[in-house]
Design a protein around this ligand. Structure first.
Ligand code: GTP
Ligand code: IMP
Ligand code: MG
Length: 339
């Protein structure tokens, strides 16, 4: 698969960071490009017991041989960008990162508006990262672009050209989506959504490749989906139930407690269909069946976990190729060769 896209199938935070990190190290893509909205996304990953979080740079940063690109569709917050160059300096990211010169910029005023506007902050429950207001300015055609910011100059590039050239040369390109299907401006639970489409087609456009250039689409689902912010969540469970099941989580960007629910097969089926999924990834199966923790061989999964995976494959109609069984990178079952 010369090019593949990883996207979220629920309301974000499905564990795309952990899946992407695994793929980045295992498959050794030469190019890793990030699509999606912007710094509203938070991805975290455990590497050798240490937690790393990114909001702006590609989550595949730990693959030190890869070029790291931020596509033109992604909003750039220079403050977050430079902060991450610093926090990830062990991985030599500054030498490898490229930002498309057409990325729109998140300014302080966007962040202030996102945090003070009643509709955005109180009703929708946005992340306060300034993404919605920055995208609004972009649509009004008055947003600044990365090419207008002097400090970003050393990192500017034509991401679309780089990605297409890499594909022409037969290189492996890993493309990262952010947020999740239920947060899509078009297909999600409007108005409780983010400021752009979040499906695989949008992610391809964000990095500048046409639909014919995408070989595989991996849609990531979490065994117990979560949602932060307001909006419908048909399978939501009570806070007490979530506590009883040990499912308490807090957001990477906002620190807000995540609402938790049961796996929604209908949503999963619809989301896989509209994303054009060729494979699924399932995370947090150890939360569903604690005996699944750390298992790396599908045949060794306990019956309860296996039945869950088979139920998803049957009802969604797409094979579950990757299964995360714990927080560390090696806690994963990779069945891509048998599906
Ligand atoms: P995305 O936004 O989709 O990237 O998810 P996220 O990174 O926002 O989720 P979060 O920040 O909550 O991080 C998920 C954490 O759970 C990371 O530290 C992962 O290492 C960890 N994790 C990922 N998959 C599993 C899993 O299958 N089981 C357990 N126990 N932990 C996991
Ligand atoms: P915004 O994208 O900051 O405008 O927020 C709009 C909605 O999307 C809110 O409900 C946010 O909580 C949600 N959201 C945006 N990005 C993410 C994400 O990366 N993970 C989870 N929820 C998100
Ligand atoms: Mg997240």
């Amino acid at each position: 698969m010369p090019s593949y896209i990883v996207v979220g199938g629920q309301w974000g935070d499905e564990g795309k960071g952990a899946i992407t990190a695994y793929l980045a190290l295992k498959d050794e893509p030469e190019v890793i490009a990030r699509g999606g909205v912007g710094t509203n996304a938070g991805h975290s990953v455990f590497i050798n017991g240490k937690r790393y979080a990114v909001r702006q740079l590609p989550m595949g940063f730990m693959q030190t041989k890869a070029r790291l690109l931020v596509g033109a569709g992604v909003l750039v917050d220079p403050e977050v960008f430079f902060h991450e160059l610093e926090t990830l300096k062990d991985f030599d990211v500054a030498q490898r990162v490229g930002i498309d010169y057409r990325c729109a910029i998140i300014e302080e005023t966007h962040k202030q508006l996102d945090r003070s506007n009643g509709h955005l902050h109180d009703k929708i429950g946005t992340t306060g990262s300034g993404c919605g207001p920055a995208n609004a300015d972009r649509v009004m055609r008055r947003a600044k672009l990365a090419r207008d910011i002097k400090e970003l100059e050393p990192y500017l590039t034509d991401v679309a050209a780089e990605v297409n050239d890499a594909l022409d040369e037969g290189k492996l390109v890993l493309i990262e989506g952010t947020q999740g299907f239920g947060l899509s401006l078009y297909y999600g639970t409007y108005p409780y959504v983010t400021s752009k489409d979040t499906t695989a087609s949008a992610i391809a456009s964000d990095v500048g490749i046409g639909p014919t250039r995408v070989d595989d689409i991996i849609v990531v689902f979490k065994s117990f989906p979560t949602r932060v912010g307001a909006g419908p969540f048909p399978t939501e469970m009570s806070q007490e139930e979530a506590e009883r099941l040990g499912l308490i989580e807090y957001g990477t960007v906002t620190g807000r407690r995540r609402r938790v629910g049961w796996f929604d097969f209908e949503l999963a089926r619809y989301s896989a269909k509209l994303n054009g999924a060729t494979m699924l990834a399932l995370t947090m199966i150890d939360k569903y069946d604690k005996n699944a923790f750390g298992i790396t061989d599908y045949d060794k999964l306990p019956r309860k976990a296996k039945e869950f995976v088979e139920g998803i494959e049957e009802r969604v109609g797409v094979p579950v190729a990757l299964i995360k069984t714990g927080p560390e990178l090696e806690h994963i079952i990779d069945r891509r060769d048998v599906i």
